[in-house]
Design a protein around this ligand. Structure first.
Ligand SMILES: CC(C)(COP(=O)(O)OP(=O)(O)OC[C@H]1O[C@@H](n2cnc3c(N)ncnc32)[C@H](O)[C@@H]1OP(=O)(O)O)[C@@H](O)C(=O)NCCC(=O)NCCS
Length: 202
């Protein structure tokens, strides 16, 4: 939920130069903690979105490819939002349409102070428009600007072609060393690893 992703603790690796070159112009609103590229905006979760989160994760593709529980309710999401606000090893943003303000999805980070793991999902109506790539590029830049993490990682189910494309387009590189099997929802998922080093360490 929110920042709940599988952890991996392997060693850092080399950077992908495409990431630095692909960063879009950004508008940062540090007082509110929001960041946007003119098309999507990332902002802290508000209490009013707890019910939306709980409803949206019932989507079959979110259930198929993320660890969010299908029985999640708004009270549980609210508790997770409250925890997130004071957590020092987690970050999470609501993805919004920058123009309309419509909620589009979730993007989150858990970390151990050195390396972090990113996860995301979009509501069905927000898919197929490059939103996840924009959100991941923005979030990655935000993380490297606001933390000292040296590497970001993510893992996608081997059947989740859309997520794998998003990772590569956002500058992450395939990292077969982080491929692995993950138990989720009573079954074992074959996962493919992706990684991105802090740009100045490239
Ligand atoms: C994965 C996800 C975030 C992708 O976000 P998105 O902004 O919709 O990504 P896009 O629609 O731009 O798709 C990226 C690419 O994957 C392709 N794609 C989408 N669904 C696909 C599928 N089922 N099979 C193969 N390719 C697919 C798209 O065609 C696109 O490629 P193209 O631009 O070359 O045509 C979104 O689909 C989602 O929320 N899925 C459910 C939750 C999830 O999987 N989260 C990630 C867990 S690792």
């Amino acid at each position: 939920m929110l920042g709940q992703v599988p952890r991996s603790r392997e060693h850092p690796s080399n950077c992908c130069d495409r990431y630095i070159k692909s960063l879009p112009p950004q508008t940062s609103h540090w007082k509110t903690g929001a960041v946007d590229d003119g098309v999507v905006r990332l902002e802290p979760w508000g209490d009013e979105e707890a019910a939306w989160y709980a409803e949206t994760v019932c989507d079959p593709e979110i259930q198929r490819f993320t660890t969010d529980s299908p029985t999640l309710d708004a009270a549980q999401v609210q508790a997770a939002i409250n925890r997130l606000r004071s957590a020092d090893k987690e970050e999470g943003f609501l993805i919004r349409d920058a123009a309309s303000g419509a909620p589009l999805g979730n993007i989150a980070l858990t970390h151990d102070g050195q390396a972090g793991e990113v996860s995301y999902w979009l509501a069905p109506e927000a898919r197929g428009q490059g939103v996840a790539t924009r959100a991941l590029v923005l979030f990655t830049a935000w993380i490297f600007k606001n933390t000292t993490l040296t590497e970001l990682r993510l893992r996608a189910h081997q059947d989740n072609v859309a997520s794998q494309k998003v990772a590569l387009r956002a500058g992450y590189r395939r990292d077969p060393q982080r491929d692995g099997r993950q138990e989720a929802k009573g079954v074992v998922w074959p996962m493919l690893g992706f990684a991105l080093a802090r740009p100045e360490l490239a």
